[in-house]
Unconditional design. Structure first.
Length: 203
């Protein structure tokens, strides 16, 4: 369940609602997350997906904070400017997420060689959970596509989305993968992203 306190993230780019189109006149950056901007993971270093529209390019700044708003990690990420769904992989040398703790991540796009109060950004919440013995057993020996379905059924958003995105980069014309990806995005009212290119930088 998502947190019930005041740690909820700011909806979308620059704190705007997901439905508003206030960035680059076309569309806003969007966190590829359910509408409450919260998801769980089994990974100590999960992959986070962010839709970035066409832009002048440059770089984005990714950062991670814990429940006390302490900055744990930050890095710059090159952005080509072409637009698409960007994979942000928390690297192994970053602090690992602890089981049962809530973290907030941020991704800001530097459009004018710097950060300012008007810098477009998205953020979201992630909580690492320990798999139940039943879930762990059900994942054993399965293909990655099968694992994504099992994770979806158990509400493990980040890992399900990461697997489907990575598989599509390798096999973008696979109709079964496309259908699964479309169904996942439709389930959280992000159908407008089903045709977005997947940027394979971190897959």
């Amino acid at each position: 369940m998502p947190p019930s306190d005041n740690s909820s993230p700011s909806q979308a780019a620059g704190g705007a609602a997901r439905s508003e189109q206030n960035y680059l006149e076309q569309s806003a950056m969007v966190a590829v997350l359910p509408e409450n901007f919260y998801g769980t993971t089994l990974s100590s270093h999960p992959m986070i997906l962010v839709y970035v529209p066409e832009s002048p390019g440059g770089e984005g700044i990714f950062s991670l904070k814990d429940e006390d708003k302490t900055l744990l990690y930050t890095t710059s990420i090159p952005v080509s400017g072409k637009g698409g769904i960007l994979a942000i992989q928390l690297p192994e040398d970053a602090p690992e997420l602890e089981v049962g703790k809530l973290y907030q991540w941020y991704f800001a796009l530097k459009l004018d060689q710097g950060l300012s109060p008007n810098t477009p950004f998205v953020d979201g919440l992630v909580k690492r959970i320990a798999p139940s013995s039943e879930l762990a057993r059900s994942l054993e020996g399965k293909t990655r596509l099968q694992q994504s379905s099992i994770l979806a059924e158990n509400g493990v958003w980040y890992d399900c989305a990461a697997i489907l995105a990575a598989l599509q980069v390798v096999d973008p014309t696979n109709s079964e993968l496309v259908a699964e990806w479309t169904e996942l995005l439709d389930s959280v009212n992000l159908s407008k992203l089903t045709k977005a290119s997947l940027i394979p930088t971190a897959y």
